[in-house]
Design a protein around this ligand. Structure first.
Ligand SMILES: NC(=O)c1ccc[n+]([C@@H]2O[C@H](COP(=O)([O-])OP(=O)(O)OC[C@H]3O[C@@H](n4cnc5c(N)ncnc54)[C@H](OP(=O)(O)O)[C@@H]3O)[C@@H](O)[C@H]2O)c1
Length: 354
């Protein structure tokens, strides 16, 4: 095969030789597919053997994948200064034994779920994307081509997070924008600045949170855990819902927690009392405030889904896992101790714990 020679590799697999009119190609992440130029169709199965194959390794050293004006992938060999539409990884393909659809569970990492997805036309906003789960989520989206905006309260931390992601892939489209959920003014300003960019919004991840911090009122006069975890996100989604609807299919993901189970919104007589959401300092217990805010996350997500799904905008609340070692414990030494002790047994940010 001339293309193989061009890529500096010899064709040794004659058993897999394609019938005339067929061409072997590969997707961005290395899955092999077959194009029939006569019938103008593509398929995953080899036309002769019926087997699915995938590239076994990375691009050779010095090679890079690019996309041309028509969206077709090509490969640049920087060392020998040449270009080819043949994927050099195709010289080393292996049979795909995982023909069944993949099953995901609580131990599946974001990168595994996104494997094979091309998100290059997607715009994602992640609140608190500079740390922990938010950063890992941002990285996973960006490495799959999405334009990711880290909506963060500290721009210097956010810029570091942008660099971390771009160190993994220099073409990652990531930027940081200012958003302090403890200020309703800041939320509105973020929404206005985002709209000024005239971008669509396909995925909004309401991830930012604080936990077990001392009682503090925000500039809006509300208890800060409640405002940061829930109310700020509520206003953010409200302010951006027109963009979400115009970008449909779109989705909101609200990062909640299983700890929402350990509370309710009732007063002592058993009636719903919204005043418990922003208690006075005397009535404040930080863990309870967090749990209540996380309960609000779920109630909000469910209602949002009910209202917006007819317009193609879905909403889901997720529990990311128990006691994952992020910065969430930083406000209280006891939490830090518990998170440290639990660390060997809990999920890490990127992969399943053994
Ligand atoms: N880790 C767990 O075990 C666990 C379990 C269940 C649920 N969750 C949920 O997972 C989500 C992510 O938490 P994480 O564990 O990744 O914690 P994390 O590392 O502490 O990340 C929290 C993020 O929220 C940001 N944030 C805090 N206050 C903010 C504000 N006023 N405005 C904007 N951003 C603000 C933080 O920014 P700074 O870096 O500037 O502080 C940080 O980027 C949270 O919703 C949390 O409730 C975590």
């Amino acid at each position: 095969m001339a293309a193989l020679k061009y890529a500096g590799m010899d064709d040794t697999d004659s058993e897999d030789e394609l019938p005339p009119g067929w061409e072997e190609r590969s997707t961005k992440d290395g899955w092999v597919y077959y194009a029939n130029h006569e019938e103008m169709k593509t398929q995953w199965d080899h036309p002769k053997t019926g087997k699915k194959r995938r590239c076994a390794g990375e691009l050779p050293y010095g090679w890079e994948q690019e996309t041309d004006d028509k969206g077709q992938l090509f490969y640049v060999d920087h060392i020998n200064k040449r270009k080819t539409y043949f994927d050099p990884r195709q010289a080393f393909t292996v049979e795909d034994v995982l023909v069944k659809p993949k099953r995901y569970d609580g131990n599946t990492a974001a990168l595994e779920i996104l494997q094979g997805r091309d998100l290059s036309d997607r715009v994602v906003v992640i609140t608190g994307g500079n740390s922990g789960i938010g950063l890992e989520t941002a990285k996973s989206f960006a490495l799959h081509g999405a334009h990711v905006i880290l909506a963060c309260r500290n721009l210097s931390k956010a810029s570091k997070a942008v660099s971390v992601i771009q160190q993994e892939w220099h073409k990652a489209k990531v930027e940081a924008m200012m958003l302090d959920l403890a200020s309703l003014r800041s939320v509105r300003e973020f929404a206005d600045s985002f709209k000024a960019k005239k971008l669509p919004l396909h995925i909004l991840v309401c991830n930012a949170a604080v936990s077990t911090q001392p009682w503090r009122l925000t500039e809006d006069g509300l208890e800060s855990t409640f405002q940061i975890c829930h109310l700020g996100h509520f206003l953010l989604v409200r302010s951006l819902q027109d963009v979400l609807r115009h970008s449909a299919p779109a989705r909101v993901v609200v990062v909640s927690s299983e700890s929402h189970r350990f509370t309710d919104l009732l007063d002592q007589t058993g009636k719903v009392d919204l005043a418990v959401l922003s208690p006075t300092q005397k009535e404040y217990w930080s863990m309870l405030a967090y749990n209540r805010a996380k309960l609000c996350n779920i109630l909000f997500s469910n209602e949002l889904h009910r209202r917006l799904s007819p317009y193609g905008v879905t909403s889901n609340a997720v529990h990311p896992g128990n006691m994952m070692y992020t910065a969430i414990h930083r406000s209280w030494w006891l939490m830090t101790l518990l998170f440290t002790l639990a660390r060997p047994f809990t999920k890490s940010m990127v992969r399943m714990k053994i």
